[in-house]
Structure formats: C-alpha cells, structure tokens
Design a protein around this ligand. Structure first.
Ligand SMILES: [Cu+2]
Length: 237
C-alpha cells in the first residue's frame, strides 16, 4: 500500500468511526399501567451513556424547560446533560413550588406567582424526582446524564444514540416504574468499535413496583388543597 493510500484509508476509517450510533427497542413488561397494557405505550424510558474516560468539561452549558400548567409538570420525564439549567415557568393562574428533597439534586425554588419562573442548574449526574409543595399530584423526573448521549423513548420504544465516539461506556437505563434492582441489572458495559451497534430488544420489568405517596418539602403529609387559601390569587370580580 502506498503512503497516499494508507493516509486515505486511515482517514476513511476515522471518519467512519467518529460518528457511531447505538440503537435498540425498549419494551415494558410485567406492567399494570393501562397505557402499557392497552396501547403498548413504552414511552418515558431514559437511556444514557456513562463514558469510561472523563469527558472534556469545557462543554457549552445547555438549558431546558419544565412547564407548570394545569397542575402538571410538562414534560413529566426530562433527560438533560450535566450542567443544564432547567427553568420551571408557572403558566397556571395559581402559585406553585417545585422542589426535590430525597434523592439526586436537593433544591427548593420556593413559592412563586403565576406568570413567573424559577431555574435550577443540575450539576450532579443522577435521577432527580421533582414535586410541587402545594399539589401532591404533581411530579416530574429529571435524569441528569454525565454525557451528551441520552435519549427518552417515545411510545414505540425505539431509541437511538447518535454521534457517539468509539470507546468504552456503561449504558444506564431509567424508568419510573422499575425498581432500583431492575435498573441495576439493566446496566451494561459497551465497547463501541463499529459505526452502528444494534442492542436489539431491552425488556424493562415493572415487577415489584409499588407507587408510594411522597411527602411535602418539610417531610410531612400533604394537607387538603384549599382553592381559597392565601396561596392562590384573589378571585376576579
Ligand atoms: Cu403546584
């Protein structure tokens, strides 16, 4: 092989391997959720890559939004890269108070008025469960990925992580109705050497999941919601 051919071949190899993809399909099994049973809805599963070697930390900080509207956080599941600033705009005519106090990133943005917003920067990788201190039915989950390679499944369950450099990774999986033990067993080491790695079907079991009520930010039970108390704006006359 001449030097020119060797250079061309090396360049082709590098260009082929510099933008690898990992794809597959998630299925939720042992579920009692009606959307899973009736519609085959496999949405809301987050998959992300933890690189074996630390990443360059000089990445541009990103931003994301979880809207508070109709007494719900939207989206309910949000995956972000480490260092992302998440805004919690309040689009309801009532006050809200987003907080997290028992795992992941502890924060409390306090009570804030309709039409205003608060933000939190997520600077620790992990899973953060978010609640509202006024409305016990409101919840969200933020998965903070240490890398830019993360994806949240849509109802079909298919996923693809693209533009992943060749190397060694741990694939991690989260679903809010899977137990920590199930999620630990789903972790797998991946060595990416080809331009496409098809992981096939990944079954995420909901066996053993028990929906437990959460406490408010003071660690107490939620009181009854009172639409006329001081937390709400005065009714229009
Ligand atoms: Cu609320």
């Amino acid at each position: 092989m001449t030097s020119l051919w060797r250079i061309c071949f090396s360049a082709l190899l590098v260009s082929t391997l510099s933008a690898a993809s990992i794809k597959g399909r998630v299925q939720l099994v042992n579920s009692r959720d009606s959307n899973v049973i009736k519609k085959g809805d496999f949405s809301g599963v987050v998959l992300w890559l933890e690189p074996a070697a630390p990443l360059n930390s000089s990445r541009t900080p990103k931003s994301a939004t979880i809207l508070q509207k109709d007494k719900a956080f939207t989206p309910h599941i949000l995956a972000v890269e480490l260092g992302t600033r998440v805004a919690f705009p309040n689009s309801d005519p009532i006050f809200h108070n987003a907080f997290s106090n028992y795992e992941g990133r502890v924060f409390d943005v306090g009570l804030y008025a309709p039409g205003t917003s608060r933000s939190v920067t997520f600077d620790r990788p992990g899973v953060v469960r978010v609640f509202c201190n006024i409305h016990s039915s409101m919840s969200a989950v933020i998965v903070v990925s240490p890398s830019p390679w993360f994806v949240t499944t849509l109802p079909g369950g298919q996923f693809e992580l693209s533009d992943v450099p060749p190397g060694d990774y741990t694939l991690k999986v989260f679903h809010e109705r899977a137990t920590p033990e199930v999620l630990r067993q789903l972790e797998r080491k991946i060595t990416l050497t080809a331009s496409l790695l098809d992981l096939g079907s990944i079954a995420v079991s909901e066996a053993g999941f028990l929906p437990l009520p959460h406490k408010n930010k003071y660690g107490s039970e939620y009181g009854p919601e009172n639409e006329n108390n001081h937390l709400y704006p005065a009714p229009r006359k």
